[in-house]
Structures are given as C-alpha cells and as structure tokens.
Ligand binder design. Structure first.
Ligand code: AMP
Length: 115
C-alpha cells in the first residue's frame, strides 16, 4: 500500500464520505470544500502526479474518472449549470496530496483565470 492519506481512504483505514466507487475509481467529498459541491475523484492505482500519466496506457482509467465525474455531477444536480474539473500538479500547481485526484467543483460560478 502507498503512503498518502488517500491510500488509507481506499483501504478504508480512515473514513471518508464516499459518493462513488468502482473497481478502479473512488470518489469522496473534500474535507475542506471550496464550493457547495467539492468531490475528489481518484484512481485506486497509485499515481503520484499527472506527470506519471501515460496517455496511452492510462487512457481507460482516465476515461473512467471522467465518466465518474459526469455521473456524480448528475447525482449532485450540478451537471446542467456546469462545473469545473481540476488536476493540481506539483508545487506550482498547488498539489498537496501526491496521489492524483480530480477535483469536481460545482454549485457556484467560478472565476477565470484562477488565483
Ligand atoms: P490538492 O491540493 O490538489 O493536492 O488537493 C488535496 C485535497 O485533498 C484538498 O482539497 C484537501 O482538502 C483534500 N483532503 C485532504 N485530506 C482529506 C481527507 N482526509 N478527506 C477528504 N479530503 C481531503
């Protein structure tokens, strides 16, 4: 097992408000939400950052994460108004947990460019 807090959420060693789970993907509510809906969608496979993603070999997994985002967005009633998906990568990207995660944010309007 890996050593991030998300590995412990995957193994259910620590609790999380899980909203979606398949064999390869897990999604749970962010503990410090930045929007009315703020959910983290993660692969169960350990990948520290987006830099370690291989577009060809990880394409199916990434597709599953997008499918999860769409399904959850519908369930959370944010699909129609729109939402934001974010991967933070590394220091400048503001990444804190080194197990890749896609932020699904919705329920309010977001600014662009981001801060
Ligand atoms: P990032 O800055 O992209 O690495 O985002 C990490 C996110 O994980 C932050 O939004 C945190 O609030 C969130 N987070 C950290 N620990 C937990 C936890 N135990 N349960 C849910 N969300 C968490």
């Amino acid at each position: 097992m890996g050593n991030t807090i998300f590995s412990k959420i995957i193994s259910k060693e620590i609790p999380a408000d899980i909203v979606f789970e398949t064999e390869n993907v897990l999604a749970f509510r962010d503990i410090k939400p930045q929007a009315p809906v703020h959910i983290l969608i993660i692969p169960k496979k350990e990948i520290p950052t987006i830099r370690e993603i291989n577009g060809k070999t990880d394409a199916v997994l990434l597709g599953e994460m997008i499918d999860a985002a769409n399904e959850i967005a519908k369930k959370e009633n944010i699909s129609e108004d729109g939402f934001r998906l974010v991967f933070n990568c590394g220091n400048n990207g503001g990444q804190e947990v080194y197990h890749i995660h896609m932020h699904l944010l919705g329920g309010r309007k977001f600014n662009w460019p981001p801060g």
